[in-house]
Design a protein around this ligand. Structure first.
Ligand code: GUN
Ligand code: ZN
Length: 456
């Protein structure tokens, strides 16, 4: 049986090479009037619209006009249970966890509440053009089940796992080494590889795990090495000092993971700001990924992550919101923050580099670049379509643009969910949800899942 062919027309920007390794302008191909050919759930080909239309006269055509077709955004570090406490005022990391995060996470033992937030969160992601995410859940298996079920209902490729903590957390949010192992294993067996789901082994961070718990999770990872492992590393200086006190025999923060089998390909370390040269060298050699969370690093006051330095060292780097320590669900906003932090660190990141980090960079960090994050033939058709003139402020700037980079950069810096004209998940279209209007003037039919969960 032949599968349906669909041709999406619009501007197409294919960043086919790593723009930190090749000159950014050479790493990308832009078609002013381009096309992406889909067959079923997969991308088959990209190229000039005229050529692809001639070659595929029977394909269904969806014309996005002047809008820009890109791979969907990939958020490689987030906490979906923190959706309802995003933008909570005035605390730094440890106080922020104790004041806002832990009380909210306590609520996720209730499967109904977990399902409500998981559905709300994934709809917010789609409305912001994010098609994949690696998310922490809470300690409760119900929070993991709710998240994978909500993702499966939208056919989204997500990675997620039960967040393990056996010390320095309140009653009701602590497990122990054995139960962390047992419950993580049961959830992994249930969800890993089911549909588009990936189970991520998830110790929260060394301050909330005993060495025994890290050891148990290291064993679980050695039994399932194709799973990613996600945690936090060296986010704030107070935290690094605390880890030194909690683990006096370890040479540094990274060693608290390394010594327990939690360093290697597929490890994703959120933040990774306050690293020694030696830690940087071991991270690089191990094939682990550093996840840059720029809105969180400014919002909670953590510090400056030097993206250009990390890429220059050959680190694997993903880009992420870190919802709700991060202050925005939007990967556009996150790219803007990465640009500004790059300026503070001494390097102006090119729009191709920002877009690459938000798509293939994050997909590589999740070891999923063969499936998501690019326009490569054979990968899943998870796409975002950007309106490059979504507000009067952006439109008046774009009117002066002479290159695609000048046309897309104002949307990176000033865009929000109004810039999302459409998203496609595995070839299926979900129109963007733009509160209060139809944004770029595209026809908008809300997917029933989106309208239901937001009560529209
Ligand atoms: N470190 C440990 N847990 C967290 C968390 O939930 N958010 C952030 N930003 N850092 C953490
Ligand atoms: Zn985090």
């Amino acid at each position: 049986m032949s599968e349906t062919e669909t041709l999406l027309l619009g501007q197409v920007l294919d960043i086919h090479a790593n723009p930190f390794e090749a000159p950014p302008e050479e790493a990308a191909r832009h078609e002013r009037r381009g096309a992406v050919l889909l067959r079923g759930s997969a991308i088959v080909e990209t190229g000039p619209a005229e050529k692809l239309q001639k070659a595929h006269p029977r394909a269904q055509v969806i014309d996005h006009g002047d809008a820009l077709i890109l791979p969907g955004f990939v958020d490689s570090h987030a906490h979906y249970p923190q959706t309802a406490i995003i933008a909570s005022w005035g605390k730094r990391l440890i106080d922020w966890l104790n004041s806002y995060t832990f009380p909210e996470e306590m609520r996720f033992g209730d499967p109904e509440y977990a399902a409500e937030i998981a559905n709300r969160y994934l709809d917010l992601l789609l409305a912001h053009g994010t098609t994949s995410v690696a998310s922490f859940c809470t300690i409760h298996p119900a929070s993991v089940n709710a998240f994978f079920e909500a993702a499966a209902a939208r056919n989204m490729a997500v990675a997620a796992g039960r967040t393990c903590m056996d010390r320095n957390a309140p009653d009701g949010l602590r497990d122990d080494a054995q139960s962390a192992y047992d419950e993580s294993k049961a959830l992994l067996e249930r969800w890993h590889g089911r549909g588009r789901g990936i189970y991520a082994i998830t110790p929260r961070f060394s301050p909330t795990s005993t060495p025994e718990q890290l050891e148990a999770l290291g064993s679980l990872w050695s039994e399932h090495p194709d799973c990613p492992m996600q945690t936090h590393l060296s986010e704030q200086t107070d935290e690094v000092e605390w880890v030194r006190e909690l683990y006096p025999c370890k040479r540094d923060y990274l060693d608290t993971y390394e010594a327990h089998g939690l360093l290697g390909p597929g490890a994703m370390f959120g933040h990774a700001i306050w690293l020694t040269d030696n830690e940087r060298a071991r991270l690089r050699a191990s094939g682990a990924a550093l996840i840059h969370c720029p809105t969180s690093n400014t919002f909670i006051g953590s510090g400056i992550f030097d993206t250009a330095r990390a890429m220059g060292e050959g680190q694997i780097v993903g880009l992420a919101t870190d919802t709700g320590g991060g202050s925005n669900f939007s990967m556009l906003h996150t790219m803007a923050a990465a640009y500004e932090i790059g300026q503070l660190a001494g390097a102006a990141l090119h729009p191709a580099q920002l877009l690459w980090l938000a798509t293939e960079g994050s997909a590589r960090a999740m070891r999923a670049e063969g499936r998501i994050g690019t326009l490569r033939p054979g990968t899943d058709a998870d796409l975002v379509v950007l309106d490059l003139a979504s507000t009067p402020a952006i439109a008046q700037r774009v009117a002066r643009a002479e290159t695609i980079w000048e046309a897309v950069f104002p949307t990176i810096m000033m865009g929000d969910d109004r810039a999302i004209a459409s998203v496609y998940i595995a070839g299926e279209r979900y129109d963007a949800l733009v509160p209060g209007g139809d944004g770029g003037g595209h026809s908008r039919k809300l997917h029933p899942l989106i309208s239901d969960s937001l009560g529209l």
